[in-house]
Design a protein around this ligand. Structure first.
Ligand SMILES: NC(=O)c1ccc[n+]([C@@H]2O[C@H](COP(=O)([O-])OP(=O)(O)OC[C@H]3O[C@@H](n4cnc5c(N)ncnc54)[C@H](OP(=O)(O)O)[C@@H]3O)[C@@H](O)[C@H]2O)c1
Length: 260
């Protein structure tokens, strides 16, 4: 064996360009900062300019840049073309970390609310991933989706949110199959409750700290932090995971395997 060719797992990211949606807050922001520390170049997407600039100001590398956009309202092909021109290097991967959450108990169900949940997440994810597969220029393209435990569990108020992510996971499995011959690998991370995000901060406000403490008792390792998802996403973006595709990895402090 030629030991000089052994690389450390995340060194594969260095020098490559990755698009992170949702880079202005929470998981996407942490991932962008992690990719920066690992020597990758990051294209930062979100809607809030001030928070995107805040992420950028915390990065050491000089080649990152902001591609501010509402991801649900763009023409993905032209947007990715613009990104390719500005980056002047092919995209090696996309981490889809953008997302919003709204509690909608099924007693308040209507089809408009279901359409909204899918428009806000599933359709924009699929449009972006499909455009990137068709426009792929790098040798390999890593696509990763930030999903949720709610895609796999019944949680009151989370039916529409969970369904939008469950469908997205299913689409990712099919991207993995249909685009494998073109060097694409596509995976998902189903996250449990992580602190350090605007989304979970708003849960505390909506549910109250007593309810949040009760939920935490279902987590053998306690609540996570957005860094816990970011590390898994970085691994799945890197070529260390190039033979892994079509999978959903649960990152949840053991909550989904806990018995009564
Ligand atoms: N935190 C958790 O415990 C947890 C657990 C499981 C799954 N997740 C999932 O992980 C994803 C990220 O959550 P988070 O915790 O990081 O939440 P967060 O702190 O609220 O961040 C959400 C990010 O998504 C961006 N975003 C939302 N809608 C967008 C749009 N239309 N276009 C572009 N960017 C948009 C926001 O950007 P702007 O603010 O700039 O618009 C922000 O950067 C979500 O899909 C969430 O469901 C989170």
């Amino acid at each position: 064996m030629d030991c000089s060719k052994i690389q450390t797992p995340l060194s594969y990211l260095a020098g490559k360009t990755y698009l992170v949606t949702g880079a202005s807050s929470g998981i996407g922001q942490h991932l962008a900062l992690l990719l920066d520390r690992l020597g990758a170049r990051v294209v930062l997407n979100g809607r809030n300019e001030e928070r995107l600039n805040d992420t950028l100001s915390k990065m050491d590398g000089k080649n990152h840049y902001i591609a501010m956009a509402d991801i649900t309202k763009i023409d993905c092909v032209n947007w990715l073309k613009d990104i390719g021109t500005k980056a002047n290097s092919p995209l090696s991967g996309i981490a889809y970390c953008a997302g919003v959450h709204e509690f909608v108990p099924l007693r308040a169900y209507n089809s408009a609310a279901l359409s909204l949940a899918f428009n806000q997440f599933t359709i924009s994810m699929m449009d972006l991933f499909m455009a990137s597969c068709k426009m792929k220029k790098a040798d390999t393209l890593s696509l990763v989706l930030m999903s949720t435990l709610s895609a796999h569990q019944g949680i009151t108020g989370n039916a529409l949110y969970g369904a939008s992510r469950a469908t997205a996971e299913s689409l990712c499995r099919n991207i993995a199959i249909e685009f494998a011959p073109r060097g694409v690998h596509c995976n998902c991370v189903a996250g449990g409750y992580m602190t350090g995000s605007n989304m979970t901060d708003s849960f505390v406000q909506q549910l109250g700290s007593d309810r949040i403490s009760t939920i935490e008792q279902a987590y053998p390792l306690g609540f996570g932090h957005v860094a816990d998802a970011a590390h898994m996403l970085a691994f799945l973006l890197s070529d260390s995971s190039k033979w892994i595709t079509g999978q959903t990895f649960t990152v949840d402090g053991g909550s989904s395997i806990k018995g009564i």
